[in-house]
Design a protein around this ligand. Structure first.
Ligand code: HGY
Ligand code: MN
Ligand code: MN
Length: 416
């Protein structure tokens, strides 16, 4: 006779109803969502999440970093807690699966375990982390919970100080609050996250479940090339100290450096801000938003050095000054073999085809990895689309992922 926890499945209708309701909050006309962290739409999504938690008879919790969670005491007094979750915030004009899929599958897992009446060696908690996406800082709530958030990063956040202050004001959070939420590792039994792959490998190989073995590290800088604002009509081309020349040459050099010297790494110039920014003024300053990622710490450091060297030499060649502002990073993180094994066994118990792969996207799981055994379950993305309204995952794949989350969580609990 199969033990109950090896047969449990999620309630797929309830899970779908949650997903469809939540996707309406901050919905964009093209089928995506726009819910930057601590924006009105994000706070509305969090209020909805709290209402669903309380409706399920679970305990609602919020910490000083604004992390929202459902708590289920299914373990004995003093038991550790198994954390399951992801994030409800989105990138600007993003998709409706990136983050919510993991939070709602975690909530559904707690409901099923609660309804089963199972007594477990650990408690369960379904969590929505603040600002995973970095529209403010990046992995903000999860790094606060891990105790790795640096105060300096809040002084020059990559989303800008004004946006952070406005978000704190709107949500009633305080900067100090982010430094009161660190969890004692002994209180955590582990962390599990279901997420869309945001790439093409699972779909291309006809694989239903991805078992993540490593998450890349990411680093962000704002590089400001500083020349001299001049009249665009009267100053000869050779006399100009045109900041745009340095910024644009750097952008092209980034691509050449990565493709020639750093295969397996990526870098992105996602934004440029021209100052003064007018048709008839030679740009005096151009601020370039640079993000780069590498699968391991050695490459990560090498790539940082190479990129900053290229920026400095191009600025010098163009008689420009260069202002370098570090905006925060998150280290590469190997996933726990124990958690990977629980995911693999759960997928096998459901006869789902699985493969091991790394994550080119950053995730809250990499904040948790130094603290407790952490792991991630991926489900296929159609056409690898994400961070856009084109983001899509077939619903059966979402249900498969949620069932694997439920069973992997129960396996990890049983191993305590
Ligand atoms: O940017 C990322 O990799 C993640 O989606 N936050
Ligand atoms: Mn995400
Ligand atoms: Mn994302």
């Amino acid at each position: 006779m199969e033990p109950t926890h090896k047969k449990l499945r999620i309630n797929r209708e309830r899970f779908k109803q949650d997903f469809d309701e939540l996707a309406q909050i901050g919905a964009t006309a093209d089928g995506g969502v726009h819910r930057p962290s601590l924006s009105p739409a994000h706070l509305e999504a969090r209020a909805w999440f709290r209402q669903r938690i309380e409706q399920a008879g679970l305990v609602f919790r919020m910490d000083g970093a604004g992390n929202h969670s459902a708590f289920l005491r299914c373990g004995p007094r003093g038991a550790a807690t198994l954390l399951l979750g992801s994030h409800l915030d989105s990138v600007r004009h993003g998709g409706r699966f990136d983050g919510p899929l993991g939070v709602l599958a975690a909530l559904e897992t707690l409901r099923v375990v609660n309804e089963s009446g199972l007594a477990l060696p650990v408690n369960f908690e379904a969590i929505d982390f603040t600002d995973e996406e970095g529209t403010l800082v990046g992995l903000l709530g999860s790094s606060a919970l891990a105790g790795t958030l640096e105060k300096s990063v809040l002084q020059s956040p990559r989303g800008g100080r004004e946006r952070l202050e406005a978000g704190l004001e709107r949500s009633g959070l305080t900067e100090d609050g982010f430094f009161t939420v660190r969890r004692d590792p002994d209180t955590l039994a582990g962390y599990l996250e279901l997420h869309i792959e945001q790439g093409r490998r699972l779909a291309a190989s006809g694989t239903q479940i991805g078992v993540v073995h490593n998450i890349v590290g990411g680093n962000s800088y704002r590089l400001t090339f500083i020349g001299r604002a001049d009249h665009a009509g009267t100053v000869g081309m050779e006399e100009r100290r045109d900041a745009a020349q340095g910024a644009c040459e750097f952008t092209l050099a980034v691509r050449q450096l990565l493709t020639e010297d750093f295969p397996g790494c990526v870098a992105n110039v996602g934004d440029m801000a021209f100052d003064p920014g007018a048709f008839n003024i030679v740009p005096g300053r151009v601020a370039v938003s640079l993000e780069f990622r590498a699968p391991d710490v050695y490459l990560f450091d090498e790539l940082e050095r190479a990129l900053l060297e290229v920026a400095a030499s191009l600025a010098e060649q163009r008689d420009l000054k260069l202002n370098v502002e570090w905006l925060g990073k998150w280290d590469p993180a190997p996933m726990s073999p124990i958690v990977q094994n629980a995911i693999t066994e759960a997928a096998d118990s459901l006869n789902l085809k699985h493969m091991t792969l790394n994550s080119g996207a950053g995730h809250d799981a990499q904040s948790l990895a130094p603290l407790c055994p952490a792991g991630m379950i991926f489900v296929p993305s159609v056409d690898g689309a994400s961070h856009s309204a084109r983001e899509f995952t077939h619903w059966q794949d979402c249900v498969n992922g949620a069932n694997v989350l439920l069973r992997a969580a129960l396996r990890l609990a049983a191993e305590r």
